[in-house]
Design a protein around this ligand. Sequence first.
Ligand SMILES: [Mg+2]
Length: 250
Amino acid sequence: MFDLDGVVYVDGAGIPGAGDTLRRLEDSGRRVLFATNNATKTRQSAADQIAAATAFVADPEQIVTSSWVTARTIAGKYHGAFVVGEPGLVETLQTEGVRTVERWEAADVVVVGLDRELTYSRLRDAALAVTVGGAAFVATNTDATYPTAEGPAPGGGAIVAALARATGVTPQDLGKPTAAYRALLAELSEDPVVMVGDRPETDLAMGKAEGWATVLVLSGVVTDPAHVDSRYTPDHVIPSIASLPDLIGV
Ligand SMILES: [Mg+2]
């Protein structure tokens, strides 16, 4: 089970050796799954990005995104969703039957993910939907940052935090490592699982919550394992995904 950003690619550029590792695992008969908190993509567009970055061809069914978990979790529960997020989140919600609305007055839920084109007016409308309209507040994830080539950029959680601050409302978080996210993963995975990630409080926390072996790669948000909170101490630390075949012997 692999996280994507910081593990398989950074900002769309493949981690050297990623494709080779993924192919060797599949060739050895192991199932490869991807679990990301990135809500900007559909499962198909995440598969496209994996293929473009690593030449590994993944089926969308192998990919769990926080946008998909959110869509599956809230489908049928609300009449209109006001979205702070990118087109991949909107499309994922609509595919799972969630009606999205453009006017905050028509929303009974506000769904928030990373939006790299965020405007103040969008944030204001989302806040009004919650405070004036009484809409529920749902976060696809609360990741503070996401890794880019230049360094950590504000993540979906930074936008969630702005809205939480403005409304005084704590959102329902559906991202990794929450129970909602893990429940969907459980439908796809089969023990024993090795969780490979770069972010301790999501990837390693999820692995520990599920009783899985955990591997920290140093190609993403953590470059010094000494900085990992002791609650999330991984079973193994490797420089990058390229070292994984040696670690597990494939
Ligand atoms: Mg990551």
